[in-house]
Design a protein around this ligand. Sequence first.
Ligand code: 475
Length: 837
Amino acid sequence: VEASIPEPQREAWLRHQCSGFKDKDGFEREVVRHVETTLARSLYNCDESAAYSACALAFRDRLILEWNRTQQRQTFADSKRVYYLSLEFLMGRALDNAMLNVGQKDLAKAGLADLGFRIEDVIQQEHDAALGNGGLGRLAACFLDSLASLNYPAWGYGLRYRYGIFKQEIIDGYQVEVPDYWLDFNPWEFPRHDVTVDIQFYGNVVKSTDGSGKTVCTWEGGETVRAVAYDVPIPGYDTPTTNNLRLWSSKAASGEFDFQKFNSGDYESSVADQQRAETISAVLYPNDNLDRGKELRLKQQYFWVAASLYDIVRRFKKTRRSWKEFPDQVAIQLNDTHPTLAIVELQRILTDLEGLEWDEAWNIVTHTFGYTNHTVLPEALEKWSVPLIQHLLPRHLQIIYDINLFFLQTVERKFPGDRDLLRDVSIIEESQPKMIRMAYLAIVGSHKVNGVAELHSDLIRTTIFKDFVRIFGPDKFTNVTNGITPRRWLHQANPRLSELIASKTGGHEFLTDLTVLNKLELHINDKAFRKEWADIKLANKVRLAAHIKTTTGVTVNPAALFDVQVKRIHEYKRQQMNIFGAIHRYLTLKAMSPKERKKQLPRVSIFGGKAAPGYWMAKQIIHLINSVGAVVNNDPEIGDLLKVVFLEDYNVSKAEMIIPASDISEHISTAGTEASGTSNMKFVLNGGLIIGTCDGANIEITREISEQNIFLFGHLAEEVEELRHSHVYGTHTVDPELAKVFDEIEKGTFGSPQDFAGMISAVREHGDYYLVSDDFASYLETQGLVDEAYRNQEEWVSKCITSVARMGFFSSDRCINEYAEEIWNIEPLRIDRGSEA
Ligand code: 475
């Protein structure tokens, strides 16, 4: 590396090389320097926000030095890289994570104390980076943490939205959306104004013949938008590896203004062009598990995919290898179908621009891509209308048609004369208008397709993609069960528990090998250990109770059972069943004599989560939860026995506080609908138990921790179809206990019944698609078992400790190693630590 600096200047460069701060003194010096110079603030009015900024800048400087070295190391090693393409990266806060990953939080704590600040307050100043909706986006963030921590040469590629997921406010019990403008001050990104790619849209395709008589297609005309790179350093835990997340921002290709237009007096339209270009990366679509087919979304997808591929190809070309080696150097993972156009774009680059033959190019393409499916919900499967693609990306449409033609020819050869099969698997759906089925395109263009939990992977193999298993054989389809990073979701979110575990398992090794947790089972009868375990849970609950008090005004008893459901609001996740259950509990308590009531176990029902702004039913659910809270929380007969609270604006940093405070959390989706779930893993890892259906990763959690330690209920995935059929064609009656709940709502106990009519009629009149009524009795019964179990605190603590001890499988490190071996064929870059002074 040093030899690349010319000899005459080498000494000077090396003499002045930066090294970042090494001790508390060096850290303080950096913080003060940033306050005084970078922020231009006087030391005498430095508030917590300035302290955060300076502290973040001090760590950013450190990270970028490691980032530089990592990039050099990876380039010199010349090994294969993986590129993770995701429209969402739900990163949350960066400072706490950076301090812990580089092992300098204690140093920073002491340094900040010297300067007059409490580190907790400084950390709280940071705005979440919320470039995602829910599970899919947070999974991408956990994967980046694991990739860096395991020293894989990896880059993330995404969009730099000016507005992340909206901020949720609850006003009079209703959700109100407020824009999330988060870029005001973002110390974690490095603008790369020299790394730009011009992206073409619209225009038309011109056919011509080259010297050898070969037909050449050229995409001409249209408009151009410029992609500018912003790099976010991703530090690994306890390793110098600092990977890169590259986010693209859009701006007008002509720079600030189109000067031609400007000088000719057309000022307005030059500004309009600029704004139109910037619109592409302006806002994250706030839909979770829903596809809406909007033109701007398609523009976002192509803009991001084309810029990323240009960047990847540029890097590959620097190695001067032949094209056939591309898949040996590059693996690209598609996080859902959102980046599927990358398949088409790479085929276009290789054939139209680089002159490769179709078959040779297609062979390279299919060996490069892997596709992860995250949902079987029909409304979430992406389709784009042919006329829209024709208009926006005319050359890509031709390539898609060719891909489909060659694919259908192979199907015809394998299954001659099966017209139904050809229609069913065609990438083009013969509807009005014709639609492109993006999942099918992703399958055909990838060498591996994976689901995210065992049940989910079985379901895609036997339902939505079954024909493709016949065509390509079963080996193309695989499972990689999701995981979570124990750094953020245990060490950072629950530092006291992390220390307790470290003290019993011989240090912090469990943070890099989560299976080490199994050592905890040896201490299950250790009195002092159990006491500290219970104390930590209580302290976490006290902290959450204080948050509930300040944000909602409701006083909750930390000794009560905390029952938590926090996730995006969706009918398939069945928050409606939870709140109907809470109403049922309220009615049951009301019907008791005061003496009987005294014997009951106090419970706090805690909800949180955003509804997509256009999802009317989800908003109705939020409104009912708040309306029930308003009645129950103010009923003197009920007191502490039941509280119902809705926590505003659930996000990553709130999750870090809420999850460690849970006794029981709800993962109660209709069986077969939740692909995996990942918060279920976070709750158990933090010493909470779960009530759940036989769905997604709940099943594998049960396998690991044993049936004794989880509260499962409800119908199984294989029963769902028949039940739905019987609702529509049979005689379908609502469960009697649920009917009582409906009667109470309709009496007006929780406000105007019309406000909740949709939720009731979905069950009673519209076929109860999500089986709320079918599962209600079993749900209530199992909640009764939860109460019973919680009364025996010794037993309960044993269940919690045993469960945590058996959660090793759910680390995203395990998950990333599986991707690396089975799909990407990449290896970690060994680091000789001696040379990293
Ligand atoms: C699953 N989002 C979880 C998680 O694998 C799973 C889809 C289309 C458009 C916009 N957003 C989406 C999802 O499909 C999504 O978030 N899926 C989730 O992926 C990680 O744990 O069960 O629902």
